[in-house]
Design a protein around this ligand. Structure first.
Ligand code: ATP
Ligand code: ZN
Length: 299
């Protein structure tokens, strides 16, 4: 196959999103010839190659049509999209699917000893952040005018250095904030990793391959939540048990040899199965309850 027809997927080379991104693609059936330090991994079983880059570069690679697909945090995608739209109005990334990993929040944080009364208290203040676009949009939405101090790292030390009165930064557990005597007071953006489509035009064959990949990736996502539940139950409790099974469509009912009053029920549960569900099933008369992971799904 000629090289121009191969698709490229960009993922973070090394960081918080790398492992989950790669695992997702592998579960979607893509195998790459790994090369340790290189930025480029050749796709072995499909004409799809991997580009390993800094997460900040992924939106640009997509917008410029260098890559057809990319996995990056919604925070980075939104920031770079706003930045690009300033240079080129209308520049936008196409979101294909949220991916349920890399969860974090972009938050406004203040020194611990300050009370927060609302966005208006930031009027005329300095806010340090690595996300100037998203911060500016949030300030504008709240009708506040403040100075944005753009820093590429170590944003959380800005208040103690006296270069800003507040910060806007990513938070997942709050440990870094606490270590710097800051507290998160408002959410600017909720984020997780997502799959994006680049701006390049594709021929029919490439489009079909891209659609297939997206469908597989979505299948991996659904399968992760989906469980196969098997149990035994009295025949007269079938309806009650079917109600308890989370997100199950029509369960399969099988007779049990030598036990005319009891059946085996098998169901695909598309919503998360919690311990509480199992306890409720047991109360409804179920026994021998088994919950199995689902490896692959193609709807
Ligand atoms: P790179 O070298 O690729 O630029 P980085 O230092 O910008 O790496 P990481 O710290 O690996 O990036 O974070 C990548 C993404 O992971 C973030 O943009 C965000 O979407 C997500 N993320 C999830 N939790 C957190 C967190 N607690 N702090 C920062 N980012 C997080
Ligand atoms: Zn980065």
């Amino acid at each position: 196959m000629n090289t121009e027809r191969r698709l490229k997927i960009a993922i973070q080379k090394s960081g918080r999103l790398s492992e989950s991104s790669l695992k997702l693609l592998e579960r979607a059936g893509l195998h790459f010839a790994r090369s340790k330090d290189k930025l480029f991994w050749y796709g072995r079983n499909l004409p799809v190659d991997l580009l390993l880059v800094r997460d900040d570069d992924i939106p640009r690679l997509l917008l410029e049509g260098v890559c057809e697909l990319g996995i990056v945090g919604e925070n980075v995608a939104a920031e770079k999209e706003l930045e690009a739209a300033q240079r080129r109005p209308g520049a936008a990334l196409d979101t294909l699917a949220p991916l349920e990993f890399g969860h974090c929040r972009l938050m406004l944080a203040l020194p611990e000893d300050q009370d927060y009364t609302g966005p208006k208290q930031l009027e005329g203040r300095r806010i340090a952040t690595s996300y100037p676009q998203l911060t500016a949009r949030w300030l504008q939405e709240n009708g506040v005018s403040a100075d944005i101090v753009t820093l590429n790292g170590a944003v959380e030390i800005a208040p103690s250095l006296g270069t800003a009165e507040a910060i806007v930064d990513l938070v997942s557990t709050g440990t870094t904030l606490r270590a710097n005597h800051l507290k998160a007071v408002a959410t600017v953006l909720e984020s997780q990793a997502a799959l994006y489509r680049g701006a390049s035009t594709l021929d029919n064959e490439q489009q079909a391959l891209l659609d297939k990949l997206v469908q597989r990736i979505q299948g991996v996502q659904t399968a992760r939540e989906t469980k196969y539940v098997m149990l035994h139950a009295p025949r007269e409790r079938i309806d009650r048990i079917s109600e308890v099974l989370p997100g199950a469509e029509t369960p399969t009912i099988l007779p049990l040899e030598g036990q005319p009053g009891r059946v085996a029920i098998h169901a695909l549960c598309t919503e998360q199965v919690f311990w509480e569900h199992l306890e409720e099933l047991k109360q409804a008369g179920a026994s021998a309850i088994l919950v199995l992971p689902v490896e692959k799904m193609l709807a």
